[in-house]
Structure formats: C-alpha cells, structure tokens
Design a protein around this ligand. Sequence first.
Ligand SMILES: Nc1ncnc2c1ncn2[C@@H]1O[C@H](COP(=O)(O)OP(=O)(O)OP(=O)(O)O)[C@@H](O)[C@H]1O
Ligand SMILES: [Mg+2]
Ligand SMILES: [Zn+2]
Length: 508
Amino acid sequence: MTSASAWSVALLGMDGQMVEVEAAIGGGLPRTIMVGLPDTALYEARDRCRAAVAGVGLSWPSQLVTINLTPAALPKAGSHFDIAIVSAVLAASNVVPRDLLPTTAMFGELGLDGRTRVARGVLPAVLAARERGFHRVIVAAQQVREAHLVEGLTIWGVRDLADLVEVLNGRPVMLDPDPEPDAAPRTMPGGDLADVAGQPTARWALEVAAAGGHHLYLHGPPGVGKTMLAERLPGILPDLTPDQALEVSAIHSLAGIDLSAGLVSRPPYSDPHHNVSMAGLVGGGPRMAKPGAISLAHRGVLFLDEAPEFGPRLIEALRTPLERGAVTIGRADRHTTFPARFQLVLAANPCPCGRAGTPGLVCECPPMAVRRYRDRLSGPILDRIDLQVSMAPVRKAYLRHAATGDSSAQVGARVRQARERQRARLRDTPWSINAEVPGAHLRSALPLPEGIDLLDAALVRGQISSRGADKCLRIAWTLADLAGRDRPGRDDVRTALMLRRGDWAGAA
Ligand SMILES: Nc1ncnc2c1ncn2[C@@H]1O[C@H](COP(=O)(O)OP(=O)(O)OP(=O)(O)O)[C@@H](O)[C@H]1O
Ligand SMILES: [Mg+2]
Ligand SMILES: [Zn+2]
C-alpha cells in the first residue's frame, strides 16, 4: 500500500481552512472511495478526476483507491478540491514526485476533458494558504492574476492536467509571466455629480451622507433624479484602505466576480432589483454559500431603488446586518458569515402613482393604497435611516439653465477632509466615522453640542425616537466636520433634526 498527501483549502464564508487530501492505493478490490466528505459535490469530484486522468492518457490505479479529506468534521463544499485529489492519487501511484506537495496549496476544478475551470474564492483561499505558511499555490491558469493579488507566494497556473503533471515534476509551465489584464478597467456606476441639475438639498444631503457614512432615504415623484444621485454616491466616497480592498476583493472572489483587473480599491455599489431572491439579497444558495447583494456592498453602497416594492421579508432581512455589519446564513449543518457593512440608500415615490405631495400634481391613489405603500418600509427600517430628503421636480427650463453644482471631485475632496477630522477625533477608539460611533460614546465621551435642548424637546414631543436622537447627534457632528468646526453648534443640531425627519417638503 502506498500513499501521498496534497493540500487544498475549505472555505467557510471568508474563512479558509487547510484540508489535507490523502490518497492511499492498494489493499482491496479496484474501486475508489472517498472519506470525510459531507458534500455530494465531492463524489462528483471523484468521477471528474478519473475522467480527467484518462483524458490525458494516464491511468487511474486499478486497485483500491481511498481518498481521505481531513479534518473530517470540516464541511467541505465546492468543487475546487479536484487538482489536489488528482495530485495525491498520481503521487501515490508514483506518476509524479511528492517533493512539492507538502508546501503547495492547490485550488481548482477539473472538467471531464482535463482542463481546469475557474473556481470561486481563489483570493480568500490563497490568503488562508499564506497564513498557514504555504509557499506555493497552484490554480487554474485563468486565475493566476487573482492569486497574485496576495503577495509573497509563488503562483503556478495550470491550463489542464498535463500542465499539472509538468508542474509537479518541477517544470512549471511558462505562461505569459504578466499578461495584460483582459478585463476592462473597472468603471464606477453613474456619472459625475455635476450632471445633476438643481436639487441642492438632495445633493447636499448626499455629501453629508458620504462624509459621515449615514444611511439616506430619497423620496419624490418619478424622474426627479433619485437614481441619478444614488449612483453618484460611491464616486464621492474615499478610496478603500489596503486592508479593506483585500477584504472587499475576497468577497467579490467568493461571488465569482472576475478580479483580473486587480483589487477592488473603490467603494463598491450594489443595486439589487426588487424581485431579487432572498439568497440573492443576503447570500446563500446550494453548496458553497455565495455572498448576496448586501455583502457585495460591503464598505460601499447598497441602493434599493423603488424600496417599497421590495416587500416586507426582504426589508426585514436587512435589519440585523444593518446592526451587526455582517450576515449569517444558516443551513441545517452549517452557518456561514459574510461581512455586510454597507451604506444604505433607499429611493421611493411618495405613493404608487408617484404624485402625492407634489405641488401642482394630483394623486390618483386611494388613501388606503398610499398608506399600504408607505407602510411597506416598516417603521423599524426607517428608524435606522439617518437622513431623509424629499425631492421636488426640477422644471424643464430650469434643467436646461441650472448652474451646475460642484463636481464629484470637488465634493469628494470635502468628504475626505471631513473624514480626516473624524479619524483624528476618534483615533483612540475602534471607530473611524461618525455613523459607527455608539450612542453612549456620543453622549458621554464627546463634548455635547450647544442646542442639545432642541433634541430633548423633539424627544418629548415624540418627533424622534431615542435612536433618532443619537442619529441627530451623529449628523450634527458630520455637519461640523464638513464645515471645519471643532464641535457642532445649535444650527448643526437644528439642521440635523430637519435632515433626520425629512421635513423639507418642497425644498430645493
Ligand atoms: N436633477 C436632474 N438633473 C439632470 N437630469 C435629471 C434630473 N432629474 C432627472 N433627470 C433626468 O431624468 C432621468 C431620470 O432620472 P432618475 O432616474 O434619477 O429619476 P428618479 O427620481 O429615480 O425617477 P423614478 O422614480 O422614476 O425612478 C435621468 O436619467 C436624467 O436624464
Ligand atoms: Mg429611479
Ligand atoms: Zn398617488
């Protein structure tokens, strides 16, 4: 009986664990059995691996082949164990040497024809391998660039099983060492803020939201520029830090998004349609769970256009992630957690016909329908929104002649400065933006603004909840940061209250 081991990575959400793939040959009737495999996809792996080996003219051992993946207790979803399985079997039958196997992590699926296929999660898998001290990684040739995003490792790409045999014989295949990225450079959604005519209040609320990381609700009749504004939010947010870029890219890798254009270095934008499935929104799916729209918006913007159309189940599902900055997808045998710290932007019409509350327009909706429509954004979710802006139509003539406001570059520069002030003030805390600061810290560790009595009065009158009062404090700080003031004044508190309650009817 001979045996050999190769290494791969099991992914549980973002977390990679090394898996030893051991192949033992001999000691029984010719057949292949797999041990330690709770996931049915791995049985398909056995058949793919045998077909692929035959496909390159090698033979699968005609003895008992026992393939054992350890640790056995670890759920091993996914189809990327193939090249490690084949390597262990070929080494155990002395077709390839074993020297490289103990220090090489392998991550790739094989087609029946022996060609390697793209696998989800290469980036987090390679990160895990580096953390566990592996020196070398073998991946599908198409994913070499993605694997190279993790520095300090030797990456070998294999196009097929023949390449794998060459590599394991110490003859790495010379693929173009640094091929030009075939993907077009990533583009931001939307265009420049300068394209948005009028709407000074909404533009300004967008700037405040960007500066402090606040959630924003835009409402108004169709065609006033709600979608236009939301799309322009990522463009005025600061670049991701290197750590954030790696984390966001790892999530995108798990979702199967092509990373050959490099790390995601700008805040992402995710705008699921209202008929998205629950799994599409929060993550999930069969076998290896996929991050959903809320995780693809991690460290960026989640935009729900026509928010009341999303329905109560989907809206409700946002509550916990909004609080924890992460989402846990439960399945019978395992739980997967993905980060989901996003800035939420909701857009809605005031009623199903879109005309309610707009001067000069007549709403045709039955009152009950209007109530039902508004109730769909349940109180609890609206209470988690920081800023509300009601937008009125811009007249056509105005659209043509309106002086253009500041460009995204100008607004972005102010946002960066405001963020700098926050970082400096919060430097000894775990937080870096106003939206993250817990109420207790706001009220006891930071100086209280003048005009705090305005918040007390609003609380007493029931105009805001106590969560709302904390939100007003955070917004007041952001207003002060944007204005370059050391602490909020009475006007900042008053403005924060208005922004919070959205009573700007007709403003702009
Ligand atoms: N303030 C504006 N400045 C320039 N163009 C605008 C403005 N508002 C609307 N438009 C024009 O109208 C189009 C529709 O705007 P947008 O989709 O942002 O509206 P909306 O408020 O999201 O409407 P709906 O409620 O129908 O989704 C834009 O593509 C743009 O051409
Ligand atoms: Mg729209
Ligand atoms: Zn209406």
